[in-house]
Structures are given as structure tokens and as C-alpha cells.
Design a protein around this ligand. Structure first.
Ligand SMILES: [Zn+2]
Length: 441
């Protein structure tokens, strides 16, 4: 294996509080030293990181890899989805359970854990069998097999007694429940945010209450159970108040935001633009502002993409019939920069924390040394040019999904290299790399 000397970047490791220009020495699969007084070993390959950020390898705790898929839709695989993740700067992803078959058995957990991949992949397994919301899965067994969280993502668990039982089992198993907050009774046929635009397009309205009601129901149910609870892809301002109140009362509740909800409003759906159709839907400018404020206030602590690749055919339909979701993992870093740093909500160290150690804590990956940069720990890191200017060009996507409303958008900030376990999984380093070494995967 190649040893690496990554020279003179701004090392940002929120877990330890380090934010300083330094060199990073990688030997084998581990980081062996971080500092300014290091000597470069004669046989190490050198990466010039001047002007770049050196971050712990990015972690995305909410992606759809669409694998296994016995339906033959071919929307993504673990191989393509993790190559896309690496291109976006990620070394670790947590994949959601709305696969075919659903991720509700140890067999499917093992399939995910054993598949060849360009990033570390940790499955989030179902809370109910077949994600049908009726019968709880064997959560203890799924966690023992390697699931790092429990969710029926794609759907929320609507039945109160089933949800209570799932929360109890999650608490006993010492894992986390990740809820897709959508009350199904309020969202039958819903396609976009309820309001004038939905009315003018003649598509099903999605009320804000559908999110808030399930979130509040869960907080109430969980008060005496005390499970760790995570609210996925938050979209409305009122949800921020619910999470903040629950945290103030000592509940272990975290919230997550996706790039599109931090940047776009329902107006992106005008003209029936199906690329802007997403679950939960894009809301209003006041909601965008509330989510950014919640990031600044620490109410939202985890940034995750909800990367949801789809083939062109499932978007080339009437708005009402088109698929929900956006391919996001390759372009999210500069989108977060625009939404959160350029707006003044947070700075780079906090953004990196929300993309690394916060996700590691959520999914219980901190003990594996992920989400942090420390001598002796795994050499998972991302070299970021914070000012690189580029444009979203969907034909060049690594993901099989080119479905994004950000096509053509000017971006600032990019992962120049991604290293997992001492191997480059993505590199566009040009002259910064002193040897002809190619990415490993
Ligand atoms: Zn979801």
C-alpha cells in the first residue's frame, strides 16, 4: 500500500477541536501523525493540500442505494452509489431500507455489508416487516447483524401501538430510530406543498401538518420510553419548534436537513418541473430560513442528502405521477456551502462537524474511529478545495440517477480527493499529486 504525506492543508477535526494548518501522514490504512513538524518519508506519495481543507471523511447518514433490487428498475447499485459518494467526498454512507426486498432481515443486512463498495456502507434496517407498518421486525437481531439504525424510510410508522413497540425495542437494542415524518392519512395523493402552486398545477396538496403531527406524536410516545430518536429530512418551520422543545425537556432527539430544503422552495415546481418533486416536498422561503436558523442554533445537527436516484423515465411524466426524489450526493458539499456558509448561518468547522462527527454519533460509528481525524485511527479523509468553481453537469454524474433540479447551477467548493482506509477512492488532484497513482476504486 502507498503511504501518503498530505502537505500543508487546513486540518479541521471538529471532534478534537483541531483547526490548524498541518501535514497528515498516512501509513497503511491508518493516520499515523498530524502536525507541522513532520518529516515526509522518502517512499511516501505527496499530496500538496495548500489552500485546501483536510476534513475527516464525510459521512452521509441518509442515502438510497436501491440495492438489493429484484424489481429490475436499475436505479442505482451499492457499487455505483458508493462511487458517486466518493466523488462527492464521502467515505461512509448509511443506506435506507426501502429496497426490494426491504431491508428487514439479517440476510439483506449481510448482503449490504458484503457488497463491493467504494465507501463504507452501514445499513439502516426496517422497523416493521416489509415496511408495511404492521408488524415490528426483530430489531435486536438486525442490530446484532450490523444495522446502525432503524427506520421505515419512505414511509413513517403510522400506527401508535406499533410505533410504541418499535421505540421500546430500539431503546433496548441501544440503537436509534430514524423517522420519515409523514402522516399517511393527510397525504393520500399528495405531490407537492399544499398552497396556490399545487392548486394551479392541479396536483395533490401535501399539508405541513403531515410532518409536524407525526413528529409530535412520536415525541409524546417516546417521552416515557426514552429511545434515541432522529427526525429525517425536516421541511417545515414548526418542526423546528417541536424538536427544540423536546430537546429542552431532555429527550434524545436530533434533526436532519437535506440540501434541497435549505435552498429551494415550492416555486421550483412551477411549470410542473418534476425534478423538484421530492418527499417531503419543497416548502416556502420562510421554511428555508427557519431550517437555516435551526442549523445555526444547533436544533438541526445532521446534514444528510436523502440521495434518491431515479431513471429519466420516472421523471418524464406528469407531475402527479412522477417519482419523488433527487440525486444529490455528488453535488451536496457546495450546495451546503451556499445555503449555510455563504448565508452566514455557520462556518466551515461547523459544516464539517455536521457532515462527519455528528453523523458518526447518530449512527454509532464514533467508536469505530469514523468522523474524526486521529493518529492511530482509520485514514478516512476528504481534501476539499473550498473555493473551486464548477457547474452541475448531470451527464458527468457517477450516480445512475441524473435527476436533480440543480442542473446547470454554478457551485463553489469541491472534494478534490477522498481517501478511505488509506486508499484514494476519488481524486481530481492534478499537479497536487506527485505520482501517477490512480484512485483504487
Ligand atoms: Zn424519507
Amino acid at each position: 500500500m502507498t503511504d501518503w504525506f498530505i502537505q500543508g492543508g487546513r486540518v479541521i477535526d471538529p471532534a478534537s477541536g483541531v483547526d490548524a494548518v498541518a501535514h497528515v501522514l498516512v501509513q497503511g490504512a491508518s493516520i499515523t501523525a498530524i502536525g507541522l513538524d513532520l518529516e515526509c518519508p522518502a517512499d511516501a506519495a505527496v499530496i500538496d493540500a495548500e489552500g485546501c481543507l483536510i476534513s475527516p471523511g464525510l459521512i452521509d447518514t441518509h442515502v438510497h442505494l436501491r440495492d438489493p433490487d429484484t424489481s429490475g428498475h436499475h436505479e442505482e447499485t451499492i457499487a455505483t452509489g458508493t462511487r458517486a459518494a466518493a466523488a462527492g467526498g464521502f467515505t461512509t454512507v448509511c443506506c435506507m431500507p426501502n429496497t426490494t426486498p426491504a431491508l428487514d432481515s439479517t440476510e439483506v443486512v449481510n448482503h449490504v455489508l458484503q457488497a463491493p463498495a467504494s465507501a463504507r456502507v452501514f445499513p439502516v434496517a426496517c422497523g416493521t416487516k416489509g415496511r408495511a407498518g404492521l408488524e415490528p421486525t426483530d430489531i435486536h437481531e438486525l442490530v446484532a447483524a450490523g444495522a446502525v439504525g432503524i427506520s421505515d424510510d419512505g414511509d413513517g410508522i403510522a400506527d401508535d401501538s406499533v410505533m410504541a413497540r418499535v421505540l421500546q425495542d430500539v431503546q433496548k437494542a441501544g440503537t436509534v430510530f430514524m423517522q420519515h415524518c409523514q402522516d399517511p392519512a393527510m397525504t393520500q395523493g399528495a405531490a407537492m406543498n399544499a398552497g396556490a402552486i399545487a392548486q394551479s398545477l392541479g396536483v395533490g396538496p401535501w399539508p405541513r401538518e403531515a410532518e409536524v403531527a407525526m413528529l409530535q406524536r412520536d415525541i409524546d410516545l417516546n417521552r416515557d420510553i426514552g429511545a434515541r430518536y432522529h427526525a429525517q429530512h425536516m421541511s417545515v418551520a414548526e418542526s423546528m419548534d417541536v424538536i427544540a422543545a423536546a430537546r429542552a425537556q431532555g429527550q434524545q432527539v436530533t434533526g436532519e436537513a437535506a440540501p434541497h430544503h435549505l435552498l429551494l422552495t415550492e416555486e421550483a415546481c412551477l411549470g410542473g418541473n418534476t425534478m423538484a418533486k421530492v418527499n417531503p416536498p419543497l416548502r416556502t422561503q420562510a421554511d428555508v430560513q427557519a431550517l437555516r436558523q435551526a442549523v445555526a442554533d444547533g436544533v438541526i445537527t445532521v446534514l444528510a442528502t436523502d440521495h434518491a436516484p431515479h431513471p429519466a423515465s420516472s421523471k418524464a411524466r406528469e407531475f402527479q405521477q412522477a417519482s419523488f426524489g433527487m440525486s444529490a450526493i455528488e453535488i451536496c458539499l457546495p450546495l451546503y456551502r451556499e445555503a449555510l456558509i455563504d448565508s452566514g448561518a455557520i462556518d466551515w468547522p461547523r459544516l464539517i462537524a455536521m457532515m462527519t462527527i455528528e453523523g458518526a454519533r447518530l449512527a454509532g460509528l464514533e467508536a469505530k474511529g469514523l468522523g474524526q481525524l486521529s493518529p492511530g485511527g482509520p485514514a478516512d479523509l476528504t481534501i476539499i478545495d473550498p473555493d473551486a468553481q464548477w457547474t452541475v453537469d448531470t451527464p458527468t454524474f457517477t450516480s445512475m440517477g441524473r435527476n436533480t433540479p440543480f442542473s446547470g447551477r454554478a457551485l463553489r467548493g469541491r472534494a478534490l480527493a477522498t481517501m478511505r482506509g488509506g486508499q484514494l477512492t476519488h481524486a481530481t488532484l492534478g499537479d497536487r499529486l506527485d505520482s501517477g497513482i490512480e484512485p483504487a476504486a
